[in-house]
Design a protein around this ligand. Sequence first.
Ligand SMILES: [Zn+2]
Length: 388
Amino acid sequence: MSRVLEFAKRLIAAPSVTPARGQVFDAMEAMLAPLGFAVHRFIAGEGEEGSEDAPVENLFAIRHGPPGSRHFAFAGHLDVVPPGEGWSSAPFAPEVRPNPGGDLLYGRGAVDMKGAIAAMVTAVSDVPQGAGTLSFIVTGDEEGPAQHGTRALIDHMRAVGDIPDLCLVGEPTSVHRLGDMMKIGRRGSTILWIEVEGREGHVAYPHLADNPIPRLVAILAELDAMVLDTGNDWFQPSNLEILDITVDNPASNVIPHLAQARVSVRFNATHTGAELGERIAAIAARHGARTEQRIYGEAFLTPPGAFSAMVAEAVEAETGLRPEPSTTGGTSDARFLKDLCPVIEFGLCNATMHKRDEAVAVADLETLSRIYRRIVETALKQQNWGNA
Ligand SMILES: [Zn+2]
């Protein structure tokens, strides 16, 4: 059995539905410690199980090169989404099955993203210590609220002064074939709650009441008509969607007291969550409404340059495909890591992620570990990042 396959099976065999702690991190530590990595594990979050502040485990492992070395980091997560029903084999009992296109490894996390973590560990296992500084930034809370995951890891890295020069996130970015897509950015995400308060009354006496619904409708019409931007070379246009409108009014002769709505904005790197929140709040305020906002993630962009070229060349050398630089899809932990250094995401095919019978081609695991190995070697060698 190849080493990457063995590592992937070991990780899948440790159940780790988000938020992950314990066994799966034991398995990870057991792989990294023999390679000379100093492994630091810690629990963050002190809330109740099931709450946003539930305790999660995080791992930062580093192997320092000679003084002045470049520092290359791999980032990812060991938690997985719940397996759900209907699997053809047990989700946490990794199983290799023959398939006309090549053997497949089944198990929850095979592509998102224990397979990629196994490929990262395999990639570094033959890199000599003198080549440079390598680290692993691994959380147990990416699939959950992500309050105490990568953010806490970044705090730790800042506290100990180990800031990478470049970071590669191993999310499953490939679509049809391993190598066809990488992510050089992601859109940000925010939600706003809008609340219009009126005065209730009898529909036959509207002059004695104040109906909040027309004001809410006016606000939503303005928001819906707003053109946030027209997109650019790397991002599709930012988009606002009205998610719901709530007026609790069972009666047919009562003007209601309150009308509420919720809007979501997925925005590109020409905006920040706070700026959009202020714009929407200002429109709402003109109609006498209040807003509340939650920012789930800011947008990030690592503009095409030396780093994306390095990843693309490694992918092309191993697969013959030139990966499309994309910014599509949901948020990822790159939204936090971008504050440390340039970040790019590249990983396995995402067709079965979060589904039952999640599976990865064994050959893809092997190819991915070779791609990662090329990226590490080039990254540590290259002294001048220029426009990373
Ligand atoms: Zn993932």
